[in-house]
Write a protein that binds this ligand. Structure first.
Ligand code: PLP
Length: 506
């Protein structure tokens, strides 16, 4: 619709009439310039088809992409991404995506990606993200988006049941594990009424294997000056319960206030699960908050075998779990669960006066359980794959990963020169190459370099108790035995070559 100056209320004088005409002209001009933001249905369908074709090409070529590809020139990419005032074509934009994004860096979607913690990238979640953004529900406030927020509540309730938490549990869908840990820490702080004066005498218990983002979250929450105790580890890099109890006793006798135990259900280095049941006994005995970092390992609670290995996780006060790891979702979703949900609410409930219209609303609002107000509709990307496939497909895939890890541990131990770490608690196996015991670090580092040079599979390393260690992390939904066999083959070929070279030199 184009406004004509005569349509407005009869202006009183000529000067006003002139100004008014100018305003109308400018409005029409601006509207024309911004019209591109309102594409007609035909254009939307055309773009969706093009985006779909692009996605298909990407998915089809995924197996051929290198597991890791170095990026080209940085300045070239930055200028290709640069925004101008003038419109560009949709096809050109997709081409830039293809050239500068899709094939560059870690190929998380590869079945031969065994580095860090693999992330799946289920296609159903991608469609869900699209639909969530199209419907653009305001998923922070229940009254604004009862459907979206009920779906979130339903997923949280389901997950709490999988973990074994009571019906009083509450939770939040975050952007990832780091933010979920921050949320749990703030909840524990508020539940214990810690104020700044209490910080120097409040004690946190963790291990050398606790994920670094937990320390970071303590720092962000203003709690870095708590007393931090690194509890010693057993042979399989799990928190030593006896040492924990002794430390708590000492601290209490010294007049300190034991506050928080951070246990791990699946460490990133080795996949070790701390003895959660024993730690829960100790937490009860000393009345401290038990937090479990199950960002990587929590998903395994979905299969029987995994549930046994996570025994005691249901006795924690809070936990975090990353669906973008063990539930194979694309990056961008973590969960915090708090056993006594009221404590999460107490830590986060807040209202602005401008929200008074929904003040009496009884619908559950995610913003009451989160540091966020406006937030994306994260539940849909979590719900759609489970709704479409059922949970059994997921539990089967997870049990498969546990079996594949045991298989890999067994088989890599047969490769001459390879020394595997402890049997896996979950789906990560560590190993070292020790041609001669003196320089195991250099040999292992050289082996990893050879594996990277080979490029058929991608593994990364860590340093455990000062020793350079290679990790094999098995977690994408489409990693199967042939991928693990390929990794074994590559490792064997590289190790044999190295040992052979060593022998000729010796
Ligand atoms: C990945 C991970 C985190 C951090 O989660 P993000 O989603 O990367 O923020 C924390 N703890 C463990 C054990 C993890 O594996």
């Amino acid at each position: 619709m184009v406004l004509r100056s005569g349509q407005a209320k009869k202006p009183l004088n000529i000067a006003w009439r002139i100004v008014w005409r100018m305003v109308i002209n400018r409005l029409n001009e601006l509207r024309k310039l911004a019209a591109a933001l309102e594409p007609p249905a035909g254009r939307r369908i055309e773009w969706l088809q093009k985006a779909g074709a692009h996605a298909e090409r990407f998915l089809e070529s995924l197996p051929e992409y290198d597991v890791y590809s170095a990026a080209g020139d940085r300045e070239e990419a930055l200028s290709a991404f640069a925004i101008s005032e003038e419109p560009g074509s949709f096809d050109d934009a997709l081409q830039l995506l293809d050239k500068y994004v899709d094939g560059v860096g870690h190929n998380l979607g590869s079945s031969r990606f065994f580095a860090y913690i693999p992330s799946g990238g289920l296609y159903e979640s991608a469609i869900a993200d699209y639909l969530a953004a199209v419907s653009n529900r305001y998923a922070g406030v229940g009254a604004a988006a009862p459907g979206a927020t009920r779906m979130e509540a339903s997923m949280l309730r389901w997950l709490a049941e999988v973990i074994g938490y009571p019906a009083s549990a509450e939770g939040d869908l975050t952007s990832g594990g780091s933010m979920a840990a921050l949320s749990a820490i703030v909840t524990a702080r508020e539940a214990f009424g810690l104020r700044s004066a209490d910080i120097p005498s409040s004690v946190v218990y963790l291990t050398a294997q606790t994920h670094h983002t937990f320390r970071k979250a303590l720092h962000v929450a203003g709690l870095a000056e708590c007393v931090i105790r690194k509890v010693s580890l057993d042979d399989a890099f799990r928190m030593d319960g006896t040492a924990l109890r002794a430390q708590l006793q000492n601290d209490r006798q010294a007049g300190l206030k034991p506050w928080l135990i951070a246990a791990s259900a699946g460490t990133t280095d080795t996949g070790a699960v701390d003895p959660l049941d024993e730690i829960a006994d100790i937490a009860d005995e000393f009345a401290v908050w038990l937090h479990v970092d199950a960002a990587y390992g929590g998903a395994f609670a979905l299969c029987d075998e995994g549930r046994q290995r996570l025994k005691g996780i249901d006795r924690s006060d809070s936990l975090i779990l990353d669906p973008h790891k063990g539930f194979f979702l694309p990056c961008g979703i973590g969960v915090v669960l708090v056993r006594e949900g009221q404590k999460l609410y107490d830590a986060y409930h807040a209202r602005g006066t401008y929200m008074q219209d929904v003040a009496g609303d009884t619908e559950r609002s995610p913003c009451d359980y989160s540091a966020e107000l406006t937030r994306p509709f994260r539940a849909l990307r979590f719900w759609l794959p489970f709704k479409v496939h059922g949970s059994r497909a997921f539990s089967a895939a997870l049990e498969e990963k546990l079996l594949l890890a045991s298989y890999f541990h067994e088989e890599c131990g047969k490769i001459p020169g390879i020394q595997p770490g402890p049997p896996p608690d979950l789906s990560i196996v560590t190993f070292r190459l020790c041609p001669d015991a003196q320089d195991g670090d250099a040999a292992t580092r050289a082996l990893l370099a050879a594996i990277h040079k080979d490029g058929r599979v991608y593994l990364t390393s860590t340093t455990i108790e000062g020793r350079f260690t290679i990790r094999m992390a098995i977690l994408t939904y489409h990693t199967h035995i042939e991928d693990v066999d390929l990794a074994l083959q590559v490792i064997e070929e590289c190790a044999t070559r190295m040992l052979g070279a060593n022998n000729t030199r010796g």
